[in-house]
Design a binder for this molecule. Structure first.
Ligand SMILES: NC(=O)c1ccc[n+]([C@@H]2O[C@H](COP(=O)([O-])OP(=O)(O)OC[C@H]3O[C@@H](n4cnc5c(N)ncnc54)[C@H](O)[C@@H]3O)[C@@H](O)[C@H]2O)c1
Length: 361
């Protein structure tokens, strides 16, 4: 299989232009303008952070879901307050981004008044990169927990069939002078989106990521997608995935236990569930003291003695934040095939093509 970095030209796209392009495609496919703005911002946030697997490249599969009536682009999520610190959002099969954004906004409001807020979301869809929700909470100065379930991709420990999702666990806390803490990780060796990305770009995948349908390790992304993802840390990764299903699926009233639909399957609604918590960092001490302690933790981590062969130690989320700074200044790289695929979506709804700049070798 060819290495895409050699076989495909890479293009740089201005992030503001990309967000506007994505927003226009969404609106042309029936999404309300305010919802389209949220979805476009979240997708470009992933592109900016280098999480290319969960950014604008997802537009063709999301639009296909709309065309097949599997996702309701114009749905408006509704919110029911259960207790002063707990609320439930029904996504009504609209974009997961829109339902989760509303849920986190409500969790933040409750946390401002009561110290914490917890929101459960049902009848939702894939919300892409979890870290954008952590960023939403950080922008309001809040700590957060962000859980979601997802479609079957992972066997449970000891099993061989796809049952649990590669469901990411994310959380965050603000820093003072230093970077905030942003953990966002799938409980598999690699996120399944990385296999879709390799397939799009004609690349191979590392042997440790997945098994083909016969249970053999494979470097071929197409065969890996027919098989199963490997959980990180054996039974521990499998247990974390079950944990995401307990909090996001069982608890919320959404689909669970292997019944969430794959975002690339346009045949029926996904019924994804999420679980979001916002926490005020200065519950037990002043905000200044909290931030000083976070900065101290940051320095202890990144200044830790390095193992052989390591030049620099990073805090969780730091690599992505550095990537974001660079991409904001230089633009976001896309493979030629990815640009073509986005432009095909644009043609379907008479939106102007992306303007790109071919990258120098
Ligand atoms: N919505 C869904 O259903 C779904 C499903 C799967 C994955 N995802 C998304 O896919 C994305 C990728 O997930 P992933 O597990 O492949 O992420 P990853 O393995 O790239 O990173 C996981 C975490 O480790 C940290 N990290 C990575 N390298 C590091 C280093 N050298 N030093 C210090 N920290 C480091 C990152 O900052 C991140 O917090 C996430 O944004 C996730 O939300 C979404």
């Amino acid at each position: 299989m060819a290495d895409a970095t050699q076989s495909q030209a890479m293009h740089l796209i201005n992030p503001t232009h990309l967000q506007d392009f994505v927003q226009r495609i969404l609106i042309a496919n029936g999404t309300q303008p305010d919802s389209a703005a949220i979805v476009a911002k979240c997708l470009v946030a992933a592109d900016l952070r280098g999480v290319d697997t969960h950014g604008s490249n997802r537009i063709p599969s999301y639009m296909e879901r709309i065309r097949q009536n599997a996702l309701n682009a114009s749905a408006t999520p509704t919110l029911r307050q259960i207790t002063p610190v707990a609320a439930q959002v029904d996504g009504h099969n609209g974009f997961g981004f829109v339902a989760a954004h509303k849920a986190m906004a409500c969790a933040i409001d409750m946390a401002r008044t009561f110290g914490m807020g917890m929101v459960s979301v049902k009848h939702s869809n894939h919300f892409g990169m979890s870290a954008w929700l952590v960023q939403q909470a950080l922008e309001a100065g809040m700590m957060s927990l962000v859980f979601t379930n997802s479609s079957p991709a992972l066997p449970v420990w000891g099993g061989k069939e796809k049952l649990m999702g590669v469901s990411p666990i994310a959380c965050g806390a603000p820093g003072g002078q230093e970077w905030p803490f942003i953990l966002d990780m799938a409980p598999s060796v690699a996120a399944r989106g990385k296999i879709y990305k390799a397939l799009r770009r004609g690349e191979q995948i590392p042997l440790e990521w997945a098994l083909d349908k016969d249970g053999n390790r494979t470097e071929d992304p197409a065969k890996a997608l027919e098989g199963v993802m490997l959980p990180m840390g054996g039974p521990k990764g499998s247990a974390l995935s079950i944990m995401m299903d307990v909090f996001s699926g069982v608890f919320s009233g959404a689909a669970f236990a292997g019944h969430v639909t794959n975002p690339y399957d346009p045949s029926r609604p996904a019924d994804v569930g999420h679980f979001l918590v916002a926490i005020k960092p200065d519950l037990f001490m002043s905000m200044d003291e909290f931030k000083e302690r976070m900065d101290y933790l940051y320095r202890r981590v990144v200044d830790s003695e390095k193992m052989v062969g390591v030049d620099r130690i990073y805090f969780p989320g730091e690599i992505e934040m550095i990537t974001e700074e660079r991409r904001l200044a230089e633009g976001i790289p896309f493979a030629a095939a990815e640009v073509a695929s986005l432009n095909r979506e644009a043609d379907l709804v008479q939106v102007e093509h992306l303007q790109t700049q071919v990258m120098n070798e």
